[in-house]
Design a binder for this molecule. Structure first.
Ligand code: TRP
Length: 339
């Protein structure tokens, strides 16, 4: 019986994804990506990491890195990723990631790295800090993915190019030696609706929005969420319908539909006879109710720092066991003397 179960779980496809502990995660991050993570563990064998090593490619204060890492780890659990059912860990706690990154550097061409859009964009944004880590970012990402023999990598559109590079590196290594890595497939979740800023509904809701009331953060207090929705930009024709020239109302409708798990059509019907003020109030309430259990779970996890660190420790131990198997194979194939 146990054997059968094991075989069954062996056939399940493996998913790996990671998120950087930078900024403050928004309602947009939640609806567009993070909400999908816990649900995937019904179908797949899921491994999730807080990518803290990736966070230092852009200058960050020590205090901020520490706090963001704990916050992101606790938030993922609060979202419903159960550490007992999934592998959840902090990247820097599993040293195999940095080790494999070094090894893979030697199977990655300089020209391939130089072509990465994110590298070019981030270099332009901070010309005073174009460090080698920024250049190496996608190779570390390849190490993250390849250590776990990953089949599927759920990512945002902007990260697909990095998954492509990861496939190139994996194939190159497999061909040079013998099959070592699973070659993963990048997947952009279709369900993820794009959520826009409440103060400028033509711009993405960002972790660092210029206008503080434009972004709703997953961990916002109810009164802040209500205030932000009350101030949300609309228009002046008082019709609650989704339309191209009604960006504000359309955004609010898609937020409401997402958190209520209904279609935008049905949301329009519900507010047929409503006015803007009560509509915005109702959207705010629905968001508050959706985020409430997450924030409560999060608060309780943050009340006990030792317990949180213990969860990090056991997650890291479990991840290490899987990662080391791949890492050892790689060392041996290249020709390193192992003890
Ligand atoms: N670079 C990813 C992002 O910014 C985060 C990340 C790090 C990642 N390592 C990964 C995503 C491995 C998928 C797989 O979103």
């Amino acid at each position: 019986m146990e054997n059968q179960l094991e075989q069954q779980s062996e056939k399940r496809k493996r998913v790996f994804s990671a998120i950087k502990p930078t900024g403050n995660p928004t309602l947009g991050n939640y609806i567009g990506a993070m909400r999908q993570w816990p649900a995937m563990s019904d179908e797949f064998d899921c491994i999730y990491a807080v990518a803290d090593l990736h966070a230092i490619t852009v200058a960050i204060e020590p205090k901020e890195l520490r706090e963001n890492t704990k916050r992101m780890f606790a938030l993922l659990i609060a979202l419903g990723i159960e550490p007992e059912k999934n592998l959840l860990f902090v990247q820097s706690h599993v040293t195999a990631h940095a080790e494999l990154c070094w090894l893979l550097n030697n199977y990655t061409m300089f020209g391939e790295g130089r072509r990465m859009t994110q590298f070019k964009e981030k270099s332009q944004k901070a010309p005073e800090n174009v460090n080698v880590g920024l250049f190496d970012y996608p190779v570390l990402m390849a190490a993250d993915i390849l250590l776990y023999q990953t089949d599927i990598v759920p990512v945002g559109e902007d990260q697909l190019q990095h998954v492509e590079l990861c496939r190139t590196i994996a194939n190159r290594f497999n061909n040079r030696y013998s099959p070592t890595f699973a070659v993963p497939e990048g997947r952009v979740p279709k369900v993820g609706k794009r959520i826009y800023s409440l103060s400028d509904p033509t711009a993405k809701m960002g972790k660092s929005d210029g206008n503080a009331d434009g972004s709703v953060f997953i961990l916002d207090r109810p009164e802040d969420i209500m205030r932000k929705f009350k101030r949300a930009v609309t228009d002046c024709d008082n019709k609650i319908v989704a339309a191209k020239d009604k960006a504000g109302i359309t955004n609010l409708l898609s937020i409401y539909a997402s958190v209520q798990n209904m279609s935008v059509r049905d949301a329009e019907k519900e507010f047929e006879n409503s006015d803007y003020a009560s509509f915005k109030k109702r959207v705010g309430e629905a968001v508050v109710e959706t985020l409430r259990p997450i924030r409560e779970k999060y608060d309780s996890l943050r009340r006990d720092d030792n317990a949180l660190v213990e969860l990090m420790r056991s997650g890291a131990e479990n991840a290490r066991r899987v990662a080391v198997r791949t890492l050892e194979k790689v060392y041996k194939k290249i020709g390193f003397v192992r003890l």
